[in-house]
Design a protein around this ligand. Structure first.
Ligand code: FES
Ligand SMILES: [Fe+2]
Length: 358
């Protein structure tokens, strides 16, 4: 009888099913993550967008505003008087008025007036302004974090360094391709599935025809994973100039995942962004946003039929959600090489949770 392989096993099921684990993931992971504003380039001047930051169960109500000078601000959407939500839907505005007792705020969060507080000495103080949160823009996109665990620039650097030039081209948001999928599974099962290509020949027959699976690369990033897929035959691929490190390679797609829940799927035609939002221990919401910079190749090669691929993944993930609760299930080994990305996710998750790595 052969002895068992001396190699690590995947995450214990408790991470995916225990409601207390889910709570801890909200506190340790999502409170400290960078979250992308799920509508692209942020509001136009003089407009206000409510933005409930998905943290898993207790969402943080934020507001994204752009003032008349064009400056973006991100702040709490909760009145500093007695906690009324200020804004329920996107609107044009030059200031914000609380619907409860009429306190007014500027688009930067400063108190402008407050009925009933005329004779309160020292009012308004700095603490009466709406609390602001760290905000960054990267090309067309806006990100915020309540308490960032790392610098935004460090988090995004691997994407910027390798494919950032693509994002400088004119690009068009394609809202008719945007999707919101409600997935009946823990968010980490969705991420696990994304981080390996081993399932592609079995779960995605049509995607498999566009890729040369023998040339599938996984690169671990300090705070994420990059998977590079090579085009099969004459399938669409990148044509980089000689100065680019990937010149001459027939790359069909770059799949970037940045811890914990942001994905940039970069194709020759543009980018499909996936945001995996935790809703509950067995419920997630996945937002797909599509930006196109090359109409000629749009929706071809590895970047075609994305809805189909998504449905195939959801079916698999739903099976794992059922299976992970089984008393007879014991976590399996990581497939050498193929599941290095999954293991990287688990390492980053355990580090953020202050738990030993698998
Ligand atoms: S809660 Fe906003 S003014 Fe009272
Ligand atoms: Fe998949």
């Amino acid at each position: 009888v052969a002895s068992e392989p001396d190699s690590p096993r995947t995450l214990a099921p408790a991470h995916y099913i225990d409601p207390r684990s889910f709570e801890r993931q909200r506190e340790r992971v999502f409170q400290h993550a960078w979250h992308m504003f799920p509508r692209g380039g942020g509001p136009l001047s003089g407009t206000v967008y409510p933005w409930d930051l998905a943290l898993g169960g207790a969402e943080e109500p934020l507001l994204l505003t752009r003032d008349a000078q064009g400056a973006l601000h991100c702040m709490s959407n909760v009145c500093t008087h007695r906690a009324s939500i200020l804004v329920e839907r996107p609107m044009k505005a030059t200031s914000l008025r609380c619907p409860y007792h009429g306190r007014r705020f500027g688009l930067d969060g400063a108190v402008l007036s407050a009925p009933g507080f005329e004779c309160l000495e020292g009012f308004p103080a700095a603490s009466d302004a709406l609390p602001t949160v760290p905000l960054r823009t990267w090309h067309h996109f806006v990100f915020a974090s309540l308490a960032p665990a790392l610098r935004f620039e460090d988090w995004i650097a691997p994407v910027e360094q390798r494919v950032g030039a693509l994002f400088e081209q004119p690009m068009r948001h394609s809202p008719e391709h945007d999707r919101t999928f409600e997935v009946g599974a823990h968010w980490a099962l969705y991420i696990d599935n994304y981080l390996e290509g081993l399932h592609i020949p079995f779960a995605h027959p049509s995607l498999n025809r566009a890729l040369d699976f023998s040339e599938y690369h996984i690169e671990l990033l300090p705070h994420g994973v990059l998977q590079r897929a090579t085009a099969a035959g004459s399938s669409v691929h990148f044509d980089w100039p000689t100065s680019h490190p990937d010149h001459g390679q027939r790359i069909a797609a770059y799949y970037y995942w940045l811890f914990p829940n942001t994905m940039f799927n970069v194709y020759p035609w543009g980018v499909s962004i996936n945001l995996v939002l935790p809703v509950g221990p067995s419920a997630s919401r996945v937002i797909f946003l599509r930006y196109v910079w090359d109409e000629a190749t749009h929706d071809s090669g590895a970047g075609s039929g994305l809805d189909q691929v998504e449905h195939e993944d959801e079916a698999i993930i739903a099976r794992c959600q059922r299976g992970i609760r089984a008393s007879l299930y014991r976590p399996g080994h990581y497939a050498p090489r193929h599941e290095d990305g999954v293991q990287q996710f688990h390492r980053l998750l355990c580090a953020a949770m202050d738990e030993p790595s698998p």
